[in-house]
Design a protein around this ligand. Structure first.
Ligand code: NAD
Length: 460
């Protein structure tokens, strides 16, 4: 870990100077860096799996699907589309400005800062990096210190595979990040919690640097009685207990009609056993909590609650069983804070329409899930709630589509990325108008006559 804070300013200045050499602008350079990134993920797959197992006990399957493979798939999409995204984007020209052509020319922003969170420590650094490279930027990367094996591995591998003049990876915690945030960047993408997001935004304001904030919050999951219960329960389990619930787009709580809640709980209980077995603690498919501070936070949530499934924990192993709470007090910390762990509260309502008002009384969530076969209710949810992302009849499956921008709204974040949106986020879409000099009517030049004014009124 680098603690020499002066070194941070020097390094950032160095990278910024390198950007000005224009090396990063050509398609060929971008292609090379992206190809190298892909090579790194493929060649070093075992090392990435090992690091993810050390940090979060991620199974090989999860390490691949949610981190390594997920990132490769974003890379492949980018490699396939990059040439097209870089092209000038033509727009029409009004008659007043004819003859001319008008277009938007994507250009890199410059040197960007990417700050990642610990729960998907590889994907949350490399995903934004793919977009930044595609757009032709230099980047400084700051992985989360809470996932040290992944951060160490990235710090070791990135310089081996990518251009060292264009990319720099800094390991560190608050002191290092604070120093980093004093430097001037052309864009900051931050993934993490709300509190630090405010620090990032304040620091960015000193340089008028634009920010993309990928945050979290309490993502609701509405289960209508008119749904396919079997499929619904399986998908909720997958969405909630992947990475032991430490997923920004995990359902934070379920909203369900009282009359339907026991059926739901019964299927949930038996499906959990089917998926993870009777002894979940021994099951290698189930992850661990990142550290004891977070485990303690989660255990506190259980105090005074009606635990209907799970609740067992083991601090030595940083293990907390898949846990379900029925009807928690709405003013308890469990229902006021983002859970970000394997606890699923079930909140019962008298009729499912009430769930819309319940959601609207709270900050806008990152994700909202609704399981229903009722098209009218589906439309009501879509039209009368606001969320970063909504998925109907599934969980975080929407993340697999690079054509869907990913990001929050309100308290769950600002800006978005993935696919072309990520390219746009790290680009400035410069407007260009190219005029012909063949015609130059005197209409806009003095002396201004009544006739000129009448004519211009018709043209503008
Ligand atoms: P974290 O503790 O890893 O912090 C995120 C980053 O902020 C780290 O790199 C850390 O070093 C830095 N940081 C911490 N304190 C700082 C300070 N005082 N000044 C400057 N930098 C500082 O992660 P976290 O905040 O625990 O992340 C969890 C949150 O992130 C949850 O709310 C979750 O929903 C959200 N999240 C969102 C996404 C998304 O894509 N929208 C993805 C993952 C997590």
């Amino acid at each position: 870990m680098h603690t020499d804070l002066n070194y941070i300013a020097e390094q950032v200045a160095h990278i910024r100077a390198h950007f000005n050499s224009a090396v990063t602008r050509p398609y060929k350079w971008r292609l090379k860096q992206l190809t190298q990134l892909r090579k790194m993920l493929v060649e070093q797959e075992p090392a990435f799996k090992q690091a993810l197992a050390a940090d979060l006990a991620k199974s090989e399957y999860e390490a691949w699907t949610t981190e390594i493979g997920f990132t490769i798939s974003e890379l492949d999409h980018t490699l396939k589309k990059l040439k097209k995204w870089m092209k000038p984007r033509k727009v029409s020209t009004p008659i007043i400005a004819q003859p001319a052509s008008s277009y938007q020319l994507p250009e890199p922003l410059g040197t960007v800062l990417i700050i990642g969170a610990w729960n998907y420590p590889i994907q949350l650094i490399l995903g934004p990096l793919i977009s930044a490279i595609a757009a032709g930027n230099c980047a400084v990367l700051k992985p989360s210190e809470l996932a040290p094996a992944s951060a160490n591995l990235l710090a070791k591998l990135v310089p081996k595979y990518l251009c060292n003049e264009s990319f720099w990876i800094l390991q560190g915690a608050v002191a290092e990040t604070t120093e980093l945030l004093k430097q001037e960047f052309d864009h900051i993408m931050y993934t993490g919690g709300e509190g630090v997001a405010k620090i990032v935004m304040r620091a960015a304001a000193q340089h008028l640097t634009p920010v993309t904030l990928e945050l979290g919050g309490k993502s609701p999951c509405i289960v209508d009685k008119n749904c396919d219960l079997d499929v619904t329960v399986s998908r909720i389990i997958w969405n909630k207990w992947t990475n032991a619930g430490q997923t920004c787009v995990a359902p934070d709580y379920v909203l369900i009609e009282k009359s339907h809640s026991q059926d739901f709980l019964q299927v949930l209980q038996s499906r959990l056993v089917e998926f993870y077995g009777e002894n979940i603690r021994q099951n290698k498919d189930y992850g661990r909590i990142i550290n004891n501070r977070h485990l303690t936070r989660l255990i506190h949530y259980l105090e005074g609650q009606n635990v209907v499934i799970g609740g067992e924990f083991d601090t030595q192993q940083k293990y907390l069983a898949p846990t379900v709470i029925l009807d928690p007090p709405l003013n308890s910390p469990l229902m006021l804070e983002e859970i970000f762990g394997p606890i699923l509260p079930i909140v019962t309502v008298d009729n499912i329409e009430q769930s819309i008002a319940f959601i609207n009384r709270r900050p806008k969530p990152l994700a909202l899930y609704v399981y229903t076969k009722n098209k009218k209710f589906e439309q009501q949810v879509l039209n009368f709630t606001s969320s970063g992302n909504t998925c109907i009849n599934d969980g975080m499956m929407f993340m697999t589509n690079p054509n869907l921008p990913f990001g929050g709204v309100g308290n769950s974040g600002m800006g978005s990325y993935h696919g072309k949106t990520g390219f746009n986020t790290f680009s400035h879409l410069k407007t260009v108008m190219k005029r012909s000099t063949l015609l130059d009517p005197s209409l806009r030049y003095p002396p201004f006559t009544k006739m000129k004014l009448n004519l211009i009124k018709k043209l503008l």
